[in-house]
Design a protein. Structure first.
Length: 171
């Protein structure tokens, strides 16, 4: 079982990297002027669509970072094998999943930074697996393992990012 857990984590790393990149990128002063919201600050039914925390910088650099890491993974020949196409799709899917999570939170009148348990920890994993399904057959064992362990990993890494002042909230 430990081997399956490690393989699942190895498989999802491009999505984890993509999801973790936007808060780091948002702190780089040289990129601040390009840090525009994906929804351009527009409203839908009187509410922001995604919010100012979902930016083009975060999306672009998150996809690039996840894809680069996945490309490096592919060079190792460690199972499960990663390809550039799969890493790109998982990275993009992770960020689209996170954006959809923000959309849901805005519809629920939740302010930016408010915590919604499970949605905050799993939206990006579900997005990554959905987009990966366009490239490969999904290993549902990996998905189940990751749905169980990602909330804990997400909590630990977010608390660390908060302590490092990379995030405004510890979740």
């Amino acid at each position: 079982m430990l081997e399956e857990i490690l393989k699942a984590i190895w498989f999802v790393i491009p999505a984890y990297i993509a999801n973790a990149t936007p808060p780091v990128i948002s702190k780089l002063e040289k990129l601040q002027r390009y840090n525009k919201p994906i929804d351009f600050g527009k409203l839908w039914k009187g509410k922001v669509i995604f919010g100012e925390g979902k930016t083009w910088n975060g999306l672009i650099f998150g996809v690039i970072a996840g894809t680069i890491f996945g490309t490096i993974q592919g060079l190792t020949n460690i199972e499960p094998l990663m390809t550039v196409k799969l890493a790109f799709m998982m990275s993009l899917g992770a960020l689209v999943g996170d954006i959809i999570g923000s959309f849901v939170k805005r519809r629920l009148d939740m302010k930016r930074g408010k915590h919604l348990p499970l949605l905050d920890q799993l939206d990006f994993v579900l997005g990554a697996f959905l987009f990966a399904s366009f490239v490969i057959e999904i290993n549902f064992t990996y998905l189940i393992i990751l749905l169980i362990i990602t909330p804990l990993i997400h909590i630990i890494t977010n608390r660390l990012a908060y302590k490092l002042k990379l995030k405004r909230e510890p979740w």
